[in-house]
Design a binder for this molecule. Structure first.
Ligand SMILES: Cc1cc2nc3c(=O)[nH]c(=O)nc-3n(C[C@H](O)[C@H](O)[C@H](O)COP(=O)(O)O)c2cc1C
Length: 339
């Protein structure tokens, strides 16, 4: 089988109608395992992992994940086609379902290394990277980018970038629908200040119906996701899914058509029990996992207490399953109030 046909097959196997964004320090393997308790189908992304970390660091620590996390995509940060190709092949060996290239991060550190969002000004280099990665592995190689950078913010600039990278064989683009200012704004401000232009992303899909286009940026509810899905192939949620993870509970039914009932919040919390015990037995502190679960009861009875108990208890040396059960207790309505 040629690598092109195997890539096409791999691309079509993955359902990208809903995904959770790559987020540094947030979407680590514990967060992904937790989110998978909530939604069976939503595609999950790793944090960005640089080629340097994989090639010269503790590879296993960066790449190891639990089989239960599938489908899961590995996001790479880098700009050297040879290093990226090697990392794509390593990602495939580790069992990831997709390899994604970060062309959207505006941080100073990433810019200094000439990758992330500044690569939007270097479409031929991105094309070379994608092409090398595709040759090195049979997985779909995808790109996550912005709609522009600095003064280069016309639809024409954005469309030319996509054209050039698509020519190299990339079939799937996730677009954070705002440009990035490379100087003067922090990464956080770059997620808030430049205005959103969903129209650019819709127009791209209209002009290139053959490409899979996933929209990202400022999407907070499944209602909003469903509206976007009328125009594009998929929706990627970032902060909203992290802060209020239970919003994914209805995603399997509403977005993916899976008729099985959504699990309740308490069942989700309890379903983490065995995992937490296993990880703690390998030396992982309780809070490394529980910190991702703080938003589970957002907007619910006892939700604030749940958060407080988990964070306060989580820092104690004796923190463990009992802390989880204690926090859960706070979400139970007293009998007279429940009646
Ligand atoms: C804490 C944090 C870390 C992020 N890290 C990454 C990253 O590693 N790679 C990346 O492509 N985008 C990263 N992003 C950007 C998100 O993937 C997403 O594009 C952005 O948050 C917009 O989506 P949202 O409005 O749904 O949050 C990060 C965002 C946050 C909040």
């Amino acid at each position: 089988m040629s690598s092109e046909s195997s890539t096409t097959q791999a691309t079509s196997r993955l359902d990208r109608r809903l995904s959770v964004a790559p987020m540094m320090d947030w979407t680590d393997r514990h967060e992904r395992y937790f989110l998978r308790r909530i939604s069976r189908h939503t595609l999950l992304y790793t944090e960005m992992i640089t080629t340097g970390a994989i090639l010269y660091g503790d590879r296993d620590r960066f790449l190891r994940f639990n089989q239960a996390e599938h489908p899961v995509a590995l996001q790479l940060g880098g700009c050297d086609p040879v290093a990226l190709a090697e990392c794509a092949a390593i990602g495939e060996q580790f069992g990831y379902d997709e390899i994604n290239l970060n062309v959207g991060c505006p941080s100073d550190r990433v810019q200094a290394a000439r990758f992330g969002a500044c690569l939007m000004a270097e479409a031929p280099l991105v094309a070379d990277c994608v092409s090398a990665m595709q040759k090195a592995c049979a997985l779909p190689v995808t790109v996550k980018c912005r709609i522009g950078i600095d003064e280069q913010d016309s639809y024409g600039f954005f469309a030319d970038f996509i054209e050039r990278v698509a020519e190299a064989g990339c079939r799937v683009f996730t677009v954070h629908a705002r440009k990035a200012w490379l100087q003067g704004l922090s990464p956080k401000q770059n997620r808030e200040i430049p205005p959103l232009h969903y129209d650019f992303v819709y127009r791209l899909k209209e002009n290139r119906p053959d490409l899979q286009i996933i929209i990202n940026g400022g999407i907070e509810t499944l209602e909003q996701a469903e509206k976007h899905l009328q125009y594009v192939d998929g929706v990627m949620l970032g902060r909203a899914a992290y802060k209020n993870p239970y919003l994914l509970a209805e995603a399997d039914r509403r977005i993916f058509g899976d008729k099985r009932p959504a699990p309740g919040r308490e069942a989700i919390a309890l379903s983490m029990r065995e995992y937490i015990e296993q990880e703690m037995s390998k030396g992982v502190p309780f809070k490394r996992i529980s910190r991702h679960m703080l938003g589970l009861f957002q907007g619910q009875y006892g939700g604030r207490l749940w958060r407080r108990i988990l964070s306060e208890q989580g820092h104690k040396p004796e923190a463990g399953i009992n802390s989880l059960l204690m926090a859960l207790e706070a979400t139970h309505k007293p009998a007279e109030e429940a009646a």
